[in-house]
Design a protein around this ligand. Structure first.
Ligand code: T4K
Length: 397
């Protein structure tokens, strides 16, 4: 049995918090004293944003951790995606999965580029490389692979397809900070990868994101673009926007990163305990993380087999919520079933059978530093009760 990580981490995050509701996405908050020291310093310096020393240190830390030559910190992951897309001059159509957070699709559509939804592989939950080539048209300029739940896409196949068809390749690595593919850190693949450091991510900067790349020219362009195109005082040489990360976000990021290994260890312990408690229930399967790779274990995703259980996924989520366990149906119903895409492509689902199947099955359960062994016992116990009483609940919920 694992140790109660709320106590392990009390020292990092201050007094243990036992929230009345157990939420997916509760932020990991580590050493408050270190954070407050950094905030004190930045206030004393009176340097709050615009490439301050903490942002530079944060970028250096990300490069050091990932081995990627360039890291450009941003105000959030969505802007990081938008700027990477623009800097790579994508136009026309870009192939993406629909089983992702809506930001992946919106970052294209926002710039007048059409996201083309490709189906996923039901076992990996990532783009099915066998189906991608059928989606390529003369208007296609790129592919955005999403490392869903931090599990890397089939990067080799995607790179081959992109190369053969002259397409740009971006990875939405919002979930995959700290993970590896074939032993190499995510952040080193495709033309660029983007991270999210949103409050709900296992390393957070309140709001934040970054583009990482090994392409120096691209990095230079992205740096300009995230700062209105300024190349020095009074000298704008490119169209740009405001994608800058403020110093207070970098302060949070640097403090979180100090505890990167401990946070991953806590996530892994939570994952292992959920596995012990839920692993033998027919009709419930916990996603597998490749034990030969470095993974961040930040998502606890179960797939439910409604037929075997005799109760629907949505009924299970309703009962969990009623017990103050705020589980989520990430990323239901899929981008193709949200606006404006469902109006543009009303029949997209026909080409996305595995995506539709998956998104009706998944439940994301609470994890992270705010979730203790006691909480996991409670959550698993409620799930076990739901399944035991499925027949009766099906009629009531
Ligand atoms: N690509 C992918 C694959 C992504 O998953 C994301 C973001 C992006 C791109 C874009 O990156 P950013 O631009 O966001 O940096 C949340 C996050 O807002 C979103 O960042 C994240 N993915 C997504 C997976 O989760 P929602 O719509 O689920 O947020 P919300 O407000 O429902 O909160 C989620 C849970 O977290 C709730 O149970 C409440 C809890 N929570 C949330 C916050 C902000 C807290 O307990 N405390 C908090 O401070 O999207």
């Amino acid at each position: 049995m694992i140790k109660n990580n709320i106590h392990d981490f009390a020292i990092l995050g201050g007094a243990p918090v036992f929230p009345d509701k157990l939420h997916v996405g509760r932020p990991n908050i580590v050493n408050k004293e270190h954070l407050i020291d950094r905030i004190h310093d930045l206030l004393t310096r009176r340097w709050l944003t615009n490439n301050g020393p903490l942002v530079q240190e944060f970028e250096g830390k990300i490069s050091e951790l990932t081995g990627a030559k360039h890291c450009i910190a941003m105000c959030n992951g969505t802007i990081a995606l938008e700027i990477a897309i623009r800097a790579l001059e994508l136009t026309g159509e870009v192939i993406i999965p629909s089983a992702t957070f809506i930001a992946t699709a919106h970052s294209l559509q926002w710039q007048g580029i059409t996201p083309i939804f490709c189906d996923i592989d039901i076992t990996t939950h990532n783009l099915d490389c066998k189906k991608i080539e059928k989606m390529i048209t003369p208007r296609t300029t790129g592919i955005i692979g999403v490392h869903l739940w931090g599990r890397p896409c089939d990067i080799d196949s995607l790179s081959n397809i992109a190369q053969q068809h002259g397409l740009k390749l971006i990875f939405d690595a919002a979930h995959a900070f700290g993970c590896t593919y074939k032993g190499k850190m995510i952040g080193n693949f495709g033309d660029a990868e983007i991270y999210s450091f949103h409050a709900t991510k296992f390393i957070n900067t309140f709001e934040g994101g970054a583009v990482v790349t090994n392409n120096e020219k691209l990095a230079g362009k992205i740096r300009l673009m995230k700062n209105f195109g300024f190349a020095g005082y009074d000298n704008v040489i490119y169209i740009g926007t405001n994608g800058k990360m403020p110093e207070i976000s970098a302060a949070m990021g640097l403090t979180s990163i100090e505890y990167l290994d401990q946070i991953i260890a806590a996530n892994k312990r939570n994952y292992t305990l959920y596995g012990e408690l839920l692993g033998n229930i027919p009709g419930i399967s916990l996603i597998r993380y490749n034990a030969n790779e470095r993974m961040n274990y930040q998502y606890i995703i179960i797939e439910v087999d409604e037929e075997k259980l005799g109760i629907t996924r949505d009924q299970i989520v309703t009962v969990l919520n009623g017990e103050n366990i705020i589980a989520r149906r990430y990323f239901y119903p899929g981008c193709h079933r949200m606006e404006p895409y469902r109006s543009y492509f009303p029949h997209a689902g026909l080409l996305l059978p595995e995506t539709e199947k998956l998104l009706k099955r998944v439940i994301s359960l609470p994890t992270g530093l705010s979730i203790s062994e006691e909480h996991i016992l409670k959550i698993s116990g409620v799930l076990q009760d739901i399944i035991r009483n499925a027949g009766e609940l099906r009629l009531r919920v």
